[in-house]
Write a protein that binds this ligand. Structure first.
Ligand SMILES: C[S@@+](CC[C@H](N)C(=O)[O-])C[C@H]1O[C@@H](n2cnc3c(N)ncnc32)[C@H](O)[C@@H]1O
Length: 207
């Protein structure tokens, strides 16, 4: 969840998205980072952020991260932080929270015929969740659109990304051993520079 990794700039400059869907937004760091890049590129892009804003399992059990959810009456107030950060960056006209779980999100988008040019997967990190999200959201990509995700160093995510890349016939790009990308023909012709730690992976980490 390092929001400032160069994968965002490479993909936004290459794809020039009108619409971005982010699965898992937490307090809005990556969404605002993408919105800032779109602004700098002169793009009038919209970013839909699918998140319950209730935290994932890791936020409830890992160390003191439960405190970062600033619960009120037992309920996390992550959405308030997300909205505050978005307004502070002047991105309230570009970023739209969709406060549902990711499975509800793709079904609603399917029923509305909603599609995106970039889909960023950073919600749950269990194998089955990433697999379900790829199956659910890949049909929501416009022609030429790109799906990518976070936390490739985490074995269940890497395995899911590898299995889904094989299933759908993509080469799998990895940046800085962290971000995974389903490589389209256009991306294969415009790969991220090697100095950014870009490689095509055929096996998940750890090697
Ligand atoms: C790793 S954080 C996202 C970080 C964010 N992309 C960033 O870089 O700033 C994961 C987020 O996914 C959300 N989440 C986890 N499982 C989810 C699910 N099944 N449906 C919707 N949101 C989920 C959590 O509420 C949390 O806000």
């Amino acid at each position: 969840m390092l929001a400032d990794e160069p994968v965002f700039e490479w993909l936004i400059k290459t794809v020039r998205p009108e619409t971005i869907v982010e699965l898992g937004s937490w307090q809005g760091h990556s969404a605002n980072h993408m919105a800032d890049i779109c602004k700098a590129e002169g793009l009038d892009s919209r970013i839909v952020c699918v998140d319950t804003f209730l935290g994932g399992p890791e936020h409830w059990v890992l160390g003191d991260t439960i405190e970062t959810m600033r619960r009120r009456n037992g309920m996390p107030t992550i959405l308030e932080a997300f909205l505050g950060n978005t307004v502070a960056r002047g991105n309230e006209g570009r970023i739209f929270p969709f406060t549902v779980d990711t499975a509800t999100g793709w079904q609603v988008m399917r029923d509305l015929g909603f599609k995106a040019d970039l889909i960023y997967v950073d919600a749950g990190h269990a194998y089955h969740q990433v697999v379900d999200e790829v199956h659910g959201y890949l049909p929501r990509l416009n022609e030429g659109g790109v799906m990518f995700g976070d936390d490739y160093y985490f074995e269940p995510v890497a395995r899911a990304a590898q299995d889904m890349a094989k299933h759908y016939g993509f080469s799998l790009g990895v940046l800085q051993r962290r971000k995974w990308v389903f490589m389209t023909d256009r991306l294969m012709q415009n790969p991220a520079p090697e100095e950014l730690g870009f490689e095509i992976r055929t096996e998940p980490y750890p090697d």
